[in-house]
Design a protein around this ligand. Structure first.
Ligand code: CUA
Length: 345
């Protein structure tokens, strides 16, 4: 029989354990400050499960401490323990209670998952294009951006695709995370609740440039967002007109350099990038000479068929071979102009 004193002792130990666990849960900022409705729900599930865990933890610690203390064996005691049959009531309790708790967590999670997948009746759809090692966001009306801009308090439905390997979209403050799988369209919903700047991170190891595969995120009030979208589409109309003429090519190239993520792997002074995964693009003229090709041909070949000639001390097969398909002809032309402008000096 458990004595009253033992029960009091266990309650005290449980209270101390619960207090310590609660302090660890509360005092450390485990989660970023929520910036979306989805993150609010995820945070709720987190605390729901955490509170249950703290209760179980306190109970287990109390039982362990009491058992070790009250039933410890003396050094000279070699006798067998008493033959006990068990305790039916206790066994039912430790089966039924955890079952109820796990089911409760499962139900709460399922409700949150289904609510978080619901974009409502009037979502804004943004197509996401994830490619080694850059993100591109396509808005209605043909607007393309390498920055993710969203209006606040409106559900945004992302439709995501990748031409090469699996990437994963994650904005920590927005909670939602979803793999982008080549050949399928993955969907995810985010409803921002506050304006500000955030960062989108690729969370699937996708190659050498994985750690650089990030994109800026901006959440704006609806009118500011409309203005931004307007500006983007008029800028697009302007560049489409002058895209092929003279300096326009280099402009298109500069934009493409950013949107295709070239700077994730390559240093190129005119673009202000300094990554070292692939060879520096500031030495293109010398590399073209070593490859025995005219500069523009060498640049074009290196983008479309990067393994044809690999700069010494760099490995073959690292650079994606999909740019020939994913870049538009004018983007490819623009890149050649932009890159040879510096290298030809
Ligand atoms: Cu894309 Cu990691």
């Amino acid at each position: 029989m458990i004595r009253r004193a033992a029960v009091v002792k266990m309650v005290v130990v449980a209270a101390i354990a619960a207090l310590i666990a609660t302090l660890v849960a509360v005092l450390i900022d485990w989660l970023p400050d929520s910036a979306s409705e989805e993150m609010d729900r995820i945070t709720f599930v987190y605390w729901f499960a955490t509170i249950i865990c703290i209760g179980i933890f306190a109970l287990v610690v109390a039982v362990i401490v009491e058992a070790v203390w009250a039933f410890r064996v003396q050094p000279d005691d070699d006798t067998d323990g008493p033959p006990i049959h068990g305790h039916t009531g206790l066994e039912v309790a430790w089966t039924v209670v955890p079952a109820i708790l796990v089911i409760a967590i499962g139900v709460v999670s399922a409700v949150v998952l289904s609510k978080n997948a619901d974009a409502g009746s009037n979502p804004l759809t943004i197509k996401v294009f994830a490619q080694q090692f850059a993100w591109r966001f396509d808005y209605a009306g043909g607007v393309q951006s390498d920055e993710l801009v969203m209006p606040v308090h409106r559900s945004v439905r992302f439709e995501m695709d990748s031409p090469d390997v699996i990437h994963s979209l994650w904005i920590p403050e927005m909670g939602q995370k979803q793999d982008v799988v080549p050949g399928t369209v993955q969907k995810i919903v985010i409803t921002p609740t506050r304006t500000g700047r955030f960062r989108l991170i690729c969370t699937e190891l996708c190659g050498l440039g994985h750690s650089t595969m990030r994109a800026p995120v901006r959440v704006l009030e609806q009118p500011a967002f409309d203005k931004w979208l307007e500006k983007q589409s008029s800028a697009r109309g302007g560049s489409a007109g002058g895209g092929s003429a003279g300096g326009g090519g280099a402009q298109v190239g500069k934009k493409t350099f950013a949107s295709a993520g070239c700077g994730g792997c390559h240093a190129f002074e005119p673009a202000g990038t300094d990554a070292e995964i692939g060879p520096s693009l500031d030495n293109l003229a010398a590399d073209a000479e070593k490859a025995g090709k005219p500069l523009p041909d060498y640049i074009r070949e290196s983008i479309v068929n990067p393994n044809a000639y690999v700069v010494p001390s760099y490995k073959s097969g690292v650079m994606p071979t999909t740019f020939g398909e994913t870049l538009k002809p004018e983007e490819l032309d623009g890149l050649v102009v932009f890159l040879s402008g510096k290298g030809a000096e």
